[in-house]
Design a protein around this ligand. Structure first.
Ligand SMILES: Cc1cc2nc3c(=O)[nH]c(=O)nc-3n(C[C@H](O)[C@H](O)[C@H](O)COP(=O)(O)OP(=O)(O)OC[C@H]3O[C@@H](n4cnc5c(N)ncnc54)[C@H](O)[C@@H]3O)c2cc1C
Length: 352
């Protein structure tokens, strides 16, 4: 991933026939987030850090995982240092959709089946309350990040899928969550489109401006006593007696506890981190597009281009897979199908 600061370019936007020239393709979140407060992170002056080693707790990575950990530990009186190779929010946390959604990808029933009654139920409770935790942090620390808790709808075009959604809704409702099933009329009224057969509404959920949230978390962690050092890349992590030795681009540090919050970049580390965790993340690509609100004609053109582009991508994927497939030694009569394969999608996020 290129650093955030390098991503601004100048271009004409003619892909959907819009009479629009945009001056910059600066990502939306960067264009609209307030800057990181100056005293929230330390850049370039790291001598005091190396003098203070060994340290109680070092958190590697200043995304939402690292910063929330640092904030909570500092609030409990721990000495916490965050090491960040770039700047807070430079990883995934500064560029997601900004949706705050309760639960995990799997349904509560699937979690119980996979992890058993005790651990499964704890995972359900933890993930079900995640939006409460996030919106509470925002309120408690006064983080200005366009937070809205307006609920979230998962809609479906398939009438058969409604059965599964009804089961999911019942499962969360039985646990006291503010959720309800939506029939075709209600989903049409709420979404303003007749495209869907129904859906479910989960009022625990909402949206945030994710980069503004990360920067607010960084400021809150610093106020609580954590120190965030930017521009220090950790290269290797090894055990050193009772402590950990953390080899960085600026020198070595020692800490009794290390929290790895390096997300998909974990596989780039050497030593213990890579051996134990380096292969637990999958890298994926995703494209998101934000535009000014589109009129009907622009939307129709966009949809046409989008479908063409999706078909082209699907054909490309099938072609690439066929190229990779080893040739059969003997010729056989075979039937060949593309199967189901998901492709990247572009979500269009007009801002009000
Ligand atoms: C396209 C997309 C959309 C998404 N949309 C949503 C959404 O709507 N809602 C949602 O809840 N989730 C969403 N997600 C998932 C969410 O963004 C991530 O789960 C979350 O941001 C992960 O945060 P993190 O702190 O664990 O990792 P990251 O934000 O990636 O942070 C890791 C940090 O570690 C630093 N780092 C890495 N290696 C080193 C090193 N060796 N030394 C020092 N620093 C290092 C990086 O620079 C980075 O700042 C989305 C993800 C993607 C890709």
């Amino acid at each position: 991933m290129r650093p955030l600061a390098d991503r601004s370019t100048e271009r004409d936007l003619d892909c959907v026939g819009m009479d629009a020239r945009i001056d910059s393709l600066l990502p939306l979140w960067q264009a609209t987030a307030a800057p990181l407060p100056e005293n929230a992170a330390i850049h370039g002056e790291h001598r005091a850090l190396f003098d203070a080693s060994p340290i109680d707790t070092i958190v590697i990575g200043a995304g939402v995982t690292g910063l929330s950990t640092a904030l909570h530990l500092a609030e409990h009186g721990a000495q916490v240092i965050v090491l960040e190779k770039d700047q807070p929010g430079a990883g995934t946390s500064g560029r997601p959709n900004g949706q705050v959604i309760a639960g995990l990808h799997e349904s509560p029933e699937a979690l119980l089946a996979a992890y058993g009654a005790d651990r499964g139920e704890r995972m359900i409770q933890f993930s079900g309350k995640a939006p409460d935790l996030l919106f509470d942090l925002i309120a408690r620390h006064g983080i200005a990040c366009d937070a809205e808790r307006a609920g979230w709808i998962q809609a479906t075009r398939s009438r058969r899928q409604m059965k599964a959604l009804a089961k999911l809704t019942r499962s969360w409702a039985d646990r006291g969550a503010p959720v309800r099933l939506l029939d075709r009329d209600e989903v049409t009224r709420l979404l303003g489109t007749q495209a869907y057969a129904g859906g479910w509404l989960d009022q625990r959920n909402g949206t945030i401006q994710p980069l503004a949230y990360v920067r607010g978390l960084a400021a809150a962690a610093t106020r609580a006593g954590a120190k965030i050092h930017c521009g220090i890349e950790v290269e290797r992590l090894e055990r050193a007696g009772q402590n950990w030795r953390i080899e960085t681009t600026q020198g070595n540090l020692h800490a009794s506890t290390v929290v790895l919050a390096t997300n998909v970049f974990t596989s780039e580390l050497h030593g213990v981190a890579r051996r134990l965790l380096g292969r637990s993340y999958l890298a994926g690509s995703s494209v998101q597009v934000a535009t000014a609100p589109l009129n009907d004609e622009q939307r129709a053109q966009f949809r046409k281009r989008y479908l063409q582009e999706r078909r082209r991508l699907e054909e490309q994927i099938v072609h690439d897979e066929q190229e990779k497939r080893p040739r059969p030694v003997k010729r056989r009569a075979t039937s060949c199908g593309a199967g189901s394969r998901s492709t990247g999608t572009a979500s269009c996020v007009p801002r009000r």
